[in-house]
Design a protein around this ligand. Structure first.
Ligand SMILES: Nc1ncnc2c1ncn2[C@@H]1O[C@H](COP(=O)(O)OP(=O)(O)OP(=O)(O)O)[C@@H](O)[C@H]1O
Length: 251
């Protein structure tokens, strides 16, 4: 479903030039959940932003469902690929109701039956129809993230790019959102790429993952190998040790 080959992303120029991602390659089969892990600044978010057209790709190729993505991502791309960000408050327009927030992608894609689609998307994320008339500040953090997920699935995409989707939430709400994401993937055959600094979250949701360091790929491995410690690189071993609670959560 997704093929990334030799991806390179360079921000800025001159003294401000930063090579954020260099020579990263991986593939994700349809229906699979793939994790990107690594310390802060390793380039995880940049990979997602490059796929969705929010970061400057200066080398390599990105294919979605066999098609190389066009330089300017088009409607076909956004009907296949949607992104969920870490901070649901920042990503939802504060003066728009849930109805307006969920209507926007439907209007852009000229889809009919908007009310029915909105009520159905709310149902899918476990919220009732009355939530249509609320503003983001009238929602809890978990409900806001459910709205962000509803907005991402309302166009019925095949791929969700999840950038730290539970990091801003309390532990109990985190678990609810992870369960919701797992259920949606199972029901809809969605393909996920999940960025998280939390190895327990990645091991819970993903079968395979790529460990990144300073913009490069350290190793591709499985959640199973993470849990049992059967990884090949010293860096991954250090990352496992540094992640507090991982052994507990993964045990
Ligand atoms: N818009 C930008 N302009 C310039 N440099 C950027 C920009 N966004 C990210 N970078 C740089 O690119 C590198 C990778 O950042 P990125 O956000 O992808 O890392 P990350 O692994 O997702 O980290 P975190 O978990 O802290 O978000 C960092 O050195 C960062 O400073």
């Amino acid at each position: 479903m997704i093929e990334i080959e030799n991806l390179r992303v360079v921000y800025g120029a001159g003294a401000l030039r930063t090579v954020a991602v260099d020579g990263v390659s991986f593939g994700v089969a349809e229906g699979q959940s793939f994790g990107l892990v690594g310390e802060s600044g390793s380039g995880k978010s940049t990979v997602l932003r490059a796929i969705t057209g929010l970061a400057p790709v200066s080398g390599g190729t990105i294919r979605v469902a066999g098609r190389e993505v066009p330089k300017r991502r088009d409607k076909v791309f956004y009907s296949q690929v949607q992104m969920v960000f870490q901070d649901p408050y920042g990503s939802l327009h504060p003066r728009h109701t849930v109805d307006q927030i969920l209507s926007e992608p439907l209007a852009i894609h000229r889809l009919r039956d908007r009310k029915d689609r909105i009520v159905e998307a709310l149902r899918q994320v476990g919220l009732g129809a009355s939530f249509r008339f609320r503003y983001p500040h009238q929602l809890s953090g978990g409900q806001r993230q459910r709205i962000a997920i509803a907005r991402a699935i309302i166009l019925e995409p095949r791929v969700l790019l999840l950038d730290e989707p539970t990091s801003a939430l309390d532990a109990s709400v985190q678990a609810e959102i992870l369960n919701l994401l797992e259920r949606l993937r199972a029901e809809r055959g969605l393909t996920y790429i999940l960025v998280s600094h939390d190895l327990a979250v990645v091991a819970h949701l993903c079968e395979r993952l790529l460990v990144m360091w300073r913009g490069g790929a350290v190793e591709e491995t499985s959640a199973e190998a993470l849990r049992s410690g059967e990884v090949t690189s010293d860096y991954t071993r250090t990352l496992i040790r540094a992640t507090q609670g991982f052994t507990r959560a993964g045990a």
